[in-house]
Design a protein around this ligand. Structure first.
Ligand code: F3S
Length: 408
C-alpha cells in the first residue's frame, strides 16, 4: 500500500504513539480491502455510543498523545443529568458516561451528541471524501448528498479523525457506487414512517448490494422525498441490511437516469415492493399489541419539523399519567421548538423531549419485559437485545395510543 512520507511518519511512531495506533489500524483496514493508498478526509463523524470498547480505544489514542486533525462531530450518548433523575442507573454505567464525555472532549471532538450530523452541524458537499460512522448517516451522505464515505465503525472513524486519512477503497471509488440491484416500488408512501418500512424491507433483501429504486407511481407527497423521509429510509435500510449506498432514479444526485445509476452493471437481483410488504415489516418487527408503558421516538433524532408535527397531533390532549413518553432530538431542534412555542405545547401533554440521548442506553433498561411503542424499526430492533419488547406504529398511532394507554 502506497503511503506518503507524512503517512509513513505517522505509522512509524515519529508523530506519537496515539497517531501510530490510529494509522496502524487504518493501514490494516486498507490492506484487508486491497486499498492502493490513503486519501485525505475533510470531515468525520463518530458513533460515540458510550459502549466501553469505543471509549477504551479513544482513551488509548489520547493517552498516546493523539488529538484530532479533523475533529469529528459525535453521536448521542445520554443526558445523564436529566434521565438519571427519572431512571436511576448503576454507578458503573454513570461512570462510563462520564469517562466517555471526558475522553472525547480531550481528543478534540465537537460534542454535538446528535445522530443526524448530515442535516446540521457536519454537512458534506457533493464528492467530498469523508469518514462517517452511524448507520443512518452513512447512506444519507453517500446517496442523498453525493459525498463519499465507507460504512465506518466508531473505531475506524476516530482513527480517521486523528490522522485525517482513510484507506482508498469501497465507496470512495466510482465503480463501487454504481447500482447492482433493481427495486420496483408499487406502493404509495405517506411520510417518514412508510419510508422507514420501505427501507427495512429493501435492506433485508439488498444485504450489501447497491439498489437502484424505481417508483411505479408517484409515491411521495411533495415533489421530492423530505429530509425526514430519507432519514427514516436510511436508518432502517442500514439496520436490516448493510446498505450504505442506494439510488432513487430521478431523485438522488448520482441517478438522473437508470443507466447512469447502473453504470453498465448487469442486474442479477430484482425486487418488487408492494403495500403488503410494508405491512409485513410492521408485523415482523412488532411484538403483540396491548397496554404500553413507554413510547420512545427519535431514532434517528427528531428534527424540528417532526417536533412541530407532534405538537399539532397531540393538540391540547394529555397522555396517560402512567405512560413514559420520550422524544429524542438534537439540542438545536429542541431550542427551535422552544422558541417557536411547540415545545411548551408538547410538554403540556406530558410528553418529554430530551437532547443528546440515544435510545440504546441503560437509562431505559427499567422497561425490560414491559410492552413499549416506537415509530422506528431500528429502535425496536436494538431494544429487543436489551429485553424490551416493542410495537412498531406510525407517529400518529403512537400519540393516539399514549392518549388511550394501549396500542391495538
Ligand atoms: Fe440515533 Fe441511537 Fe437511533 S444513535 S439513530 S437514537 S440507535
Amino acid at each position: 500500500m502506497y503511503l506518503t512520507d507524512e503517512e509513513k511518519r505517522m505509522l512509524d511512531g515519529r508523530m506519537g504513539e496515539g497517531i501510530r495506533m490510529a494509522m496502524d489500524m487504518l493501514v490494516a483496514v486498507g490492506k484487508a480491502f486491497d486499498a492502493e493508498k490513503m486519501i485525505k478526509v475533510s470531515r468525520t463523524h463518530v458513533a460515540l455510543s458510550g459502549q466501553e470498547g469505543d471509549t477504551y480505544w479513544c482513551e488509548l489514542l489520547v493517552n498516546g498523545g493523539a488529538r484530532c486533525l479533523v475533529p469529528p462531530t459525535t453521536n448521542p450518548s445520554w443526558d445523564v443529568k436529566t434521565l438519571n433523575q427519572v431512571y436511576p442507573v448503576a454507578e458503573e454505567k454513570l461512570e462510563l458516561a462520564r469517562r466517555t464525555e471526558d475522553v472525547y472532549r480531550r481528543i478534540g471532538a465537537t460534542m454535538t451528541y446528535c445522530c443526524t450530523p448530515e442535516l446540521a452541524g457536519n454537512v458534506p458537499t457533493f464528492g467530498e471524501h469523508i469518514a462517517f460512522s452511524e448507520s443512518s448517516a452513512t447512506p444519507y451522505v453517500n446517496s442523498i448528498l453525493g459525498a463519499r464515505s465507507n460504512r465506518e465503525s466508531s473505531v475506524s472513524a476516530l482513527a480517521s479523525a486523528v490522522t485525517g486519512r482513510t484507506p482508498y477503497y469501497g465507496l470512495h471509488l466510482d465503480e463501487n457506487r454504481k447500482g447492482n440491484m433493481l427495486v420496483h416500488v408499487d406502493a404509495e408512501l405517506d411520510g417518514p414512517y412508510d419510508w422507514g418500512l420501505l427501507g427495512w424491507y429493501i435492506g433485508m433483501h439488498a444485504e450489501t448490494r447497491v439498489p437502484v429504486i424505481l417508483f411505479e407511481k408517484r409515491a411521495y407527497s411533495w415533489c421530492r422525498p423530505t429530509s425526514e423521509e430519507m432519514l427514516y429510509f436510511t436508518a432502517e435500510s442500514n439496520t436490516s441490511g448493510a446498505m450504505p449506498m442506494f439510488h432513487i432514479v430521478g431523485v438522488t444526485p448520482e441517478a438522473p437516469t437508470i443507466e447512469s445509476a447502473l453504470g453498465g452493471n448487469d442486474i442479477k437481483v430484482e425486487l418488487k415492493v408492494t403495500r403488503e410488504n410494508l405491512k409485513e415489516v410492521e408485523r415482523l418487527v412488532s411484538d403483540p399489541p396491548g397496554k404500553i408503558h413507554l413510547v420512545l421516538l427519535g431514532c434517528p433524532h427528531y428534527t424540528y419539523e417532526q417536533l412541530k408535527e407532534v405538537a399539532v397531533l397531540v393538540g391540547d390532549r394529555k397522555i396517560q399519567e402512567d405512560i413514559h413518553f420520550w422524544i429524542l432530538s438534537s439540542f438545536d431542534a429542541i431550542e427551535l421548538a422552544r422558541r417557536s412555542g411547540h415545545l411548551e405545547a408538547i410538554e403540556a401533554s406530558g410528553i418529554r423531549v430530551v437532547a443528546d440521548t440515544c435510545m440504546d442506553q441503560p437509562c431505559f433498561d427499567g422497561f425490560s419485559g414491559k410492552l413499549n411503542l416506537t415509530d422506528s424499526a431500528k429502535c425496536a430492533h436494538y431494544q429487543k437485545r436489551r429485553g424490551l419488547p416493542f410495537v412498531l406504529r406510525s407517529l400518529s398511532d403512537c400519540i393516539e395510543a399514549a392518549v388511550k394507554g394501549e396500542v391495538v
